[in-house]
Design a protein around this ligand. Structure first.
Ligand code: GLN
Ligand code: ZN
Length: 774
């Protein structure tokens, strides 16, 4: 008998992003709720059918969501923030969407301000975003949705072996924020009865297995949370003595939580063997008699085919300890994070395609392993084929470029260092381009109008020649350069009109990158992204941006900033090869960016910005792993930037303001200027700088570009004053929070005028006070 193969969660978006279309059509008012619900019911049936066809013994239900599963859980336990109004027996679909997206003034009623949506943040270290539950210190909970039961019954009635999935109470609380910075662990006694009720009801429905997801168990847990784990699971056990509980952990090793996890009164534990690998022996020695281990053996977060023989070694080891009845196989985590199926990829190079596995293919791998584990003779040819494929990847010239290997080997400490220290560089930079105190600039992109997008689409479809498209782009650049001169900005940008996306644009021009036709994954709500696949050594065959920056510089006497995406951001927003450490891939990308930096400088560009909005996202889940990551991430940035002369200014940009805990690393980047998000959270930002004297220049954003509001001169002056209170005037720049690509010209033009006006006012004031000079 083969081993039990099961799945933890399946992509929701549908093979062709059907969910996105249905949800957005409902939001626009183009289709009624009924038809949205019909589409989603069809999507669920299709997903169950595919999973069953792939050989899954247990199929997850309740993993589907109209928007986000953490939001669903908040609704399930009745954690609806007060501003969204009261709710009856159940939270409605419209309330759910309002929580996720907020309500505009006109939707909410006359004279009101509208209602702000709940916050969104990254789901662990993935590129999926969840809605952060908002709780109060005296939060009351009650069962407020039937969704888990309806989904379960729907699947069971259709004849599928349904296993409901819940986000567990520990993870739910750990991911929530409590008003006034309260400790969410203290809310367990209030929350637990709702979970107990849910389990009791599933028990009554004759449900056999329930999967309770606790990815929080791979995080650093406070003592209060550590205590809560045992209390929660003893409570759940007591509520439903006959329901079998599978506790699912994933995204990393358990480390100091391992002991506790295997002492819980649950029937099975799912453990991520792809990320926890070296822990296998501890797991096998701690697992109590009778408990089932679900081995997360196929990477649910990446797109590579499984190396079956290596997996089999772990499986055989586990089998030797546990026996056939106590070992299940599964993907490492929900397949939410990979595209649905390779089926739609018709244009991918066949060799590369043979190295890949998306959700459906991953499930077939799990099932194949379940048969290989028991030496099912019919499965042996597939093992042979897999060996050949792994070998082809290992030896492929597409993957290994000796020239890249040589360059990487030759990197020395001097390549990671600017020629002089910052004070010397600053003098050289200012003598090349004298700048006023509080210089003004923007982050790079200007509004991507529908004309820009249409022109690109027509060019891609062959409706515009390259010459026509390029002259269109030149027209756009002329327009924004003239505009910036007229407004009076000090350091200009070309507007990034040639870019669809700040990673894709570079990936398309770099060797070692591939793009799929249909490899979509959910980013948040109805938003999906199609990450590039980094399959091989990275090289830059020719300049990627020089043409545009050089053209833009030719139109003006003022400095034109060259605009690049940094190595960590490119790495972070792609599917990355798994046959070498991420740090090695980062170093290769850094070398490619370094070449571009050198070419920009040679072309007369003397200010170059290397954006790293994803530097913080890349932080490992456990604090203990931060220093190692920060070391190689900072090195990659420095490798990309350090090639230039002292007089060339390196700028960088980051889209966040939580700096306190990584400020040393930020300073170690040694960029001459860093622009950051600040207008929404000036206080947090200031904290960091009170205690840490940032050595170089910094532009705290004075305009929140995520909002359609046009900030006034006074507001921006006030924001700058807050910065001036903790940073010397000579170190400060004036700029927006982020790129302007999603804003309209009607918002951008007056806001930039206000921004320049604000800088001028403050310069005058500082001059009168006889303040510092640059
Ligand atoms: N230069 C990019 C832009 O302005 C930066 C965007 C980002 O950091 N997210 O669009
Ligand atoms: Zn940004």
């Amino acid at each position: 008998m083969e081993l039990t193969a099961h799945n933890l969660g399946y992509p929701r978006i549908g093979p062709h992003r059907e969910l996105k279309r249905a949800v957005e059509s409902y939001w626009r008012g183009d289709s009624p709720l009924d038809s949205l619900l019909q589409t989603t019911s069809d999507l669920r049936h299709q997903a169950w059918t595919r999973q069953k066809a792939a050989g899954m013994r247990w199929i997850p239900t309740g993993d589907f969501s109209l928007y986000d599963h953490v939001l669903d859980t908040a609704a399930l336990v009745g954690a609806v923030p007060r501003r969204f109004g009261s709710f009856g027996e159940e939270v409605s679909v419209d309330q759910l969407f309002a929580m996720a997206r907020g309500l505009l003034e006109r939707e909410h009623g006359h004279g009101s301000q509208g209602i702000a949506p709940m916050e969104m943040t990254k789901w662990f270290d993935t590129n999926y975003h969840y809605i952060v539950p908002e709780l109060t210190p005296d939060q009351a909970f009650r069962l407020s949705s039937r969704k888990p039961f309806i989904d379960f019954l729907e699947a069971r009635q259709a004849g599928f072996p349904a296993k409901p999935v819940l986000l567990g109470p520990i993870s739910f609380l750990r991911l929530s924020k409590v008003e006034g910075n309260g400790d969410a662990a203290l809310l367990l006694p209030a929350l637990l009865p709702v979970y107990q009720e849910i389990l009791r009801q599933f028990g009554e429905l004759g449900c056999e297995w329930i999967q309770i997801d606790e990815p929080a168990l791979v995080l650093d847990l406070s003592p209060a949370f550590q205590d809560a784990v045992g209390i929660a699971y003893r409570g759940l056990r007591a509520a439903a003595p006959n329901l079998r509980m599978l506790l699912a952990t994933y995204f990393g090793p358990l480390r100091d939580n391992l002991e506790a996890v295997f002492s819980l009164p649950v029937d099975a534990v799912h453990w991520d063997a792809t990320r926890g690998g070296s822990e296998l022996e501890s797991v096998l020695s701690r697992i109590p008699p009778g408990m089932i281990l679900s081995l997360g053996i196929v990477d649910g977060r990446n797109v590579w085919r499984n190396a079956l023989s290596a997996s089999l070694r772990s499986i055989e080891r586990a089998l030797a300890v546990l026996g056939h009845d106590r070992l299940w196989l599964a993907p490492s985590c929900s397949l939410l994070h990979v595209p649905v199926s390779l089926e739609a990829e018709k244009r991918l190079d066949p060799e590369l395609r043979s190295w890949l596995a998306f959700a459906d293919e991953k499930l077939r791998e799990v099932h194949l392993l379940a048969r290989l584990a028991v030496h099912d003779p019919a499965s042996l040819p597939a093992l042979e084929e897999n060996r050949r494929i792994q070998e082809s990847r290992r030896a492929s010239r597409r993957v290994h470029d000796p020239a890249v290997a040589q360059r990487v080997a030759a990197i020395g400490p001097l390549d990671l260092q600017r020629k002089s220290r910052y004070p010397t560089r600053r003098k050289a930079q200012r003598s090349l381009h004298p700048l006023p105190l509080l210089p003004t600039t923007t982050i790079g992109s200007f509004p991507q109008t529908s004309e820009v997008r249409k022109a690109r689409a027509r060019w891609r479809a062959g409706g515009l020649t390259t010459a026509e498209y390029e002259s269109f782009l030149e027209g756009e650049i002329r327009r924004v350069v003239a505009l910036q001169e007229e407004i009076g900005l000090d350091v200009l940008v070309h507007g990034e009109f040639e870019r669809n996306d700040m990673v894709e644009y570079f990936g398309e021009q770099l060797g070692g990158f591939a793009f799929t036709e249909n490899g979509w994954v959910q980013s948040y709500g109805s938003r999906c992204t199609k990450p590039p696949i980094i399959f091989g050594d990275v090289s830059r065959p020719k300049p990627m941006t020089v043409r545009w920056s050089q053209f833009a510089q030719s139109l003006t006497q003022r400095p034109m900033k060259g605009m690049l995406t940094g190595p960590i951001t490119i790495l972070q927003w792609s599917f990355v090869r798994d046959d070498q450490p991420r740090s090695s891939t980062a170093r290769q990308i850094a070398l490619a960016i370094r070449d571009e930096v050198a070419d920009l400088e040679r072309a007369g560009i003397s200010v170059i910005q290397i954006d790293e909005p994803a530097l913080r996202e890349g932080l490992p889940l456990r604090r203990a792993d931060w220093p190692d990551y920060l070391t190689w991430a900072v090195e990659a940035f420095r490798l990309s930037a350090s090639v230039v002369a002292d007089a060339t200014a390196i700028h960088t940009h980051m889209c966040y303001s939580e700096f306190n805990d990584i400020i040393d690393a930020i300073a170690a980047l040694d960029a001459d200027v860093i622009s950051i998000e600040a207008s929404r959270s000036s206080l947090e930002l200031l904290h960091a700088f009170v205690h840490f004297r940032y050595p170089n220049e910094i532009g705290p954003g004075v305009w929140d570009i995520h909002s359609p509001r046009i900030p006034s001169v006074e507001e921006m002056v006030a924001a700058m004053r807050r910065a001036l209170a903790v940073l010397p005037a000579a170190a400060l720049w004036v700029n927006p929070d982020c790129g302007l690509k999603t804003r309209s010209a009607a918002e951008v033009v007056p806001s930039l005028r206000h921004m320049v006006e604000a800088a001028k006012l403050l310069r005058k004031e500082l001059a009168e006070k006889g303040g510092s000079t640059s």
